[in-house]
Design a protein around this ligand. Structure first.
Ligand SMILES: Nc1ncnc2c1ncn2[C@@H]1O[C@H](COP(=O)(O)OP(=O)(O)O)[C@@H](O)[C@H]1O
Ligand SMILES: [Mg+2]
Length: 265
């Protein structure tokens, strides 16, 4: 096995990088791939909570880099998926504890262990971001359909080009079809026109994403969720499958009501 290393970044904070990392890792693992996800947000550990693994954290990536533990000791196995692992970020250190060379070395060591290594990048374009993209074979840029998020994404796309990381693929997250229909939100086409990069998926705004995150159970494993389906589709595209984009035209009130009922436990 030689893992593909994929970094998920955005420029702006709060657009859904950690959500996308947890869900794409889960979806790839559900499909049978061996996946290691890395929380690259040193000092602001988050991915462990979203994946429901916070109680199992003993060692973190800085412990690996500074030789306090072996790589395998810092790999936390998912509660449900045997082929999914998390390497958590340090909570009491900052991004200066890690260098780009450290990240490349850790990922090189993981390449033999996995099919995919997915790195959750911190916000910004400073050192933490640079560390996160250093080992990437491929970069996914997440944005929301909002002007400020798109502007930050555009800046990141420019840096990735300058760093010769190749053209990233775009995830548009939290699209609300009803707002787009009323011209109250940028459409996917608007965002693509502004950024000029390839689209790999659109994830609708879905409160079930927040509920899943709070429960430590990424929505990708819920077969009925549309956002979960969107993440599963992106995972398939990452594996080279040609999956049609979902129809995100506004749903009728009746359909929304049925979906809400279906989600009730
Ligand atoms: N598709 C979505 N629908 C609804 N809420 C979402 C969606 N994606 C992300 N969120 C919520 O947005 C917030 C920020 O997401 P997060 O992944 O932490 O962003 P980042 O890692 O980019 O800072 C979280 O509360 C998350 O649950
Ligand atoms: Mg995050």
């Amino acid at each position: 096995m030689t893992a593909q290393v994929i970094t998920i970044t955005s420029g702006k904070g709060g657009v859904g990088k950690t959500t996308a990392t947890a869900n794409l890792s889960t979806a790839l693992a559900l499909d049978g791939a061996r996946v290691v996800c890395i929380d690259g947000d040193i000092g602001l550990r988050n991915l462990d909570v979203i994946m429901g693994l916070e109680n199992r954290v003993v060692y973190d990536i800085v412990d690996v880099i500074e030789g306090r533990c072996k790589l395998k000791q810092a790999m936390i196995r998912d509660k449900h998926l045997q082929n999914l692992y998390l390497i958590p970020a340090a909570q009491t250190r900052d991004k200066n504890a890690v260098s780009a060379a450290d990240m490349i070395r850790v990922c090189d060591d993981l390449r033999a262990e996995a099919d995919f290594v997915i790195i959750d990048s911190p916000a910004g374009i400073e050192r933490g971001f640079r560390n996160a993209i250093a080992p990437a074979d491929r970069v996914l840029v997440v944005t929301n359909p909002e002007v400020s998020a798109v502007r930050d994404a555009d800046r990141v796309v420019g840096i990735l080009e300058a760093e010769e990381k190749g053209a990233p693929a775009l995830i548009i997250n939290r699209l609300n079809p009803a707002l787009v229909k009323n011209s109250d939100m940028l459409s996917a086409e608007d965002v693509l026109d502004l950024l000029g990069i390839r689209l790999i998926g659109i994830v609708p705004e879905d409160e079930a994403v927040i509920i899943g995150s709070n429960r430590g159970a990424p929505i990708a494993s819920e077969s009925k969720s549309r956002a979960g389906q969107a993440f599963r589709n992106i995972a398939k595209r990452l594996r080279g499958e040609d999956v049609p984009f979902m129809d995100l035209t506004p749903q009728s009130g009746l359909w929304n009501a049925i979906q809400r009922l279906a989600r009730r436990k």
